[in-house]
Design a protein around this ligand. Structure first.
Ligand code: NAD
Length: 484
């Protein structure tokens, strides 16, 4: 199968925060891979813009080191690193002052596509938009890419939307949720809306429940300061997990275009019932002999921030009435494993003996570490032992089906940045979506902050607090094992 690289127009991409952690680990190596794939026309340029005082030559050296460290794979595959580096420029800039703006305006004066990536602390998003406008760079051809977190509650998200809207139209604003850039997440839409097989079963008549797990094995590490002000609810649930829930629950859009898809996702968020207090569990990890516990890692001995949250959500509409969505996410869990599982109902009547057991079809969409889709089907256990049934996976491992080259997916950031250049907003969050998601999570968080009750402690390497297991047990269901 031949890989298809769809060319994009020549562009100037300015990375505010071009010396930061995200730029080093994701954005710059991602752009390099796109360059290697032949997706950067000759006059496309990348302009790092950050506070550090350096010139373009020093920046090229910095980027070379970043790519060598974070993308060793392409370093071997693509011999054109030197050529890529010639596309790079650097401007020392102050988002809160005047330094660098005139130079940046001069450098980006062209009729190419212009994109400005805000890979800086959220408090700088507003000032950057204002200065871009002030220096004549916020015209109709410009696009801005805004990193997470997009606000910390409904009020701050509204305020941020308002500032951005003063200088940019909604169709120029690309709010990143890198989960939407994952190959399998997009495949979720292809599977649902490109096949006849699943959609007729995709409702409360046939689906017993849905589980979404995003489990990390690491703790908060060096991000403790930021994380302690956010917690799992703000950091994961309000954005990534909500987006996954929307893609599973939404109605088929009339077209696969940005507003049609985002309209349907918005309807899902609006249909979510408020979460009942007894349907939510929050936890905080304990340390081990070798690893610090949450409070010590976050350097806040009194912290009541959750590093784990599990909840039961209901989408109140015809399709999903009485089909719960169980969502859980946490740090320092037993493995790094993320998946969505659609658990179908039992067959209405079993023609087999009782010892054939109880069997269910489960469609699993695996997000990490390995992306793929698995359909659990029930078959006869081979051999002469009578009619015994077992569940086996119909494994749709992409690497096997497509060949290793095709299954070597672009990283989410690579794909999303190219979508920005193409002007395709389908995989980005619209302002109203973000606000509705906050409107749903705000009351939950506000209650916790008022009560200031510490979360339940759970052991490092476990599946989270036992109460989270109970959340499903009391409904006669159980979580799937957290397994990579
Ligand atoms: P960082 O602290 O490593 O880098 C910050 C960058 O901002 C640096 O390049 C710095 O020079 C620049 N900067 C700081 N003050 C400035 C000013 N006044 N004017 C101009 N530039 C200034 O941050 P990061 O980890 O790269 O995160 C950047 C953004 O991406 C944040 O919004 C963060 O929430 C988001 N994000 C980061 C990650 C990650 O893994 N690092 C993941 C998801 C989202």
């Amino acid at each position: 199968m031949v890989s298809r690289v769809i060319p994009v127009d020549p562009f100037d991409l300015v990375i505010f925060g071009g010396t930061g952690d995200l730029a080093r680990r994701k954005i710059l190596p991602g752009l390099f891979r796109r360059f290697c794939a032949g997706q950067m026309e000759e006059d496309s340029r990348i302009i790092g813009a950050a506070r550090s005082d350096m010139d373009s030559e020093e920046y090229r050296h910095f980027v070379r080191e970043a790519i060598t460290e974070f993308d060793p794979k392409t370093k071997g595959e693509c011999a054109h690193l030197d050529e890529f580096l010639t596309r790079l420029h650097y401007v020392t800039i102050d988002a809160l002052g005047e330094t660098g703006w005139a130079e940046l305006a001069e450098l980006t004066r062209s009729d190419k596509v212009r994109a400005f990536y805000f890979s800086v602390a959220p408090r700088l998003f507003g000032p950057l938009a204002e200065r871009l406008h002030l220096h004549g760079m916020a015209d109709g051809e410009s696009r801005i890419v805004v990193e997470k977190p997009f606000g910390r509650d409904l009020e701050s998200a509204r305020a941020l939307n308002k500032v951005l809207a003063e200088h940019f139209e909604e169709n120029q604003i690309y709010r990143i949720d890198h989960y939407l850039g994952k190959e399998t997440v997009q495949n979720l839409m292809a599977i649902r809306f490109g096949n006849m097989l699943f959609e007729p079963l995709w409702n409360s008549q046939y689906v017993d429940h849905i589980q979404i797990t995003v489990a990390e094995s690491v703790g908060v590490g060096g991000r403790g300061g930021y994380y302690d002000r956010a917690g799992a609810m703000r950091d994961m649930m309000q954005n990534h997990m909500m987006q996954l829930l929307c893609l599973i629950a939404m109605e088929p859009p009339a077209k696969f275009n940005p507003d049609a898809v985002r309209d349907e996702k918005l309807k899902v968020i609006r249909a979510l019932d408020p979460v009942r207090e007894e349907d939510i569990v929050r936890g905080q990890y304990e340390g081990t002999e070798d690893l610090l516990g949450y409070r010590r890692e976050a350097e806040n001995p009194e912290s009541t921030t959750e590093s784990f949250v599990a909840l039961k959500a209901h989408v109140s509409n015809w399709r999903w009435a009485n089909t719960p969505f169980y969502l859980r996410t946490g740090k320092r869990l037993r493995e790094r494993a993320s998946e969505i599982a659609i658990v179908f109902k039992d067959a209405p009547h079993s023609i087999f003996d009782e010892d054939a057991g109880r069997h269910r079809n489960i469609l699993t969409i695996k997000l990490q570490p390995n992306e793929g889709i698995e359909l659990g089907v029930t078959i006869k256990e081979p051999g002469p032992g009578g009619m015994r049934l077992i569940d086996v996976p119909l494994d749709m491992s992409f690497a096997e089906a497509l060949g290793p080259e095709e299954a070597d997916f672009p990283d989410a950031y690579e794909r999303l940045i190219m979508d920005v250049i193409r002007g395709n907003q389908t995989l980005f969050m619209r302002g109203d979506e973000v606000e509705e998601a906050w409107a749903w999570t705000d009351p939950i968080i506000a209650q916790w902050e008022d009560d200031a009750v510490p979360p339940i402690r759970y052991a490092t390497g476990s599946s989270g607090p036992d109460d989270a297991l109970m959340l499903m047990h009391r409904d006669g269901r159980r979580w799937r094992e957290i397994k990579a």
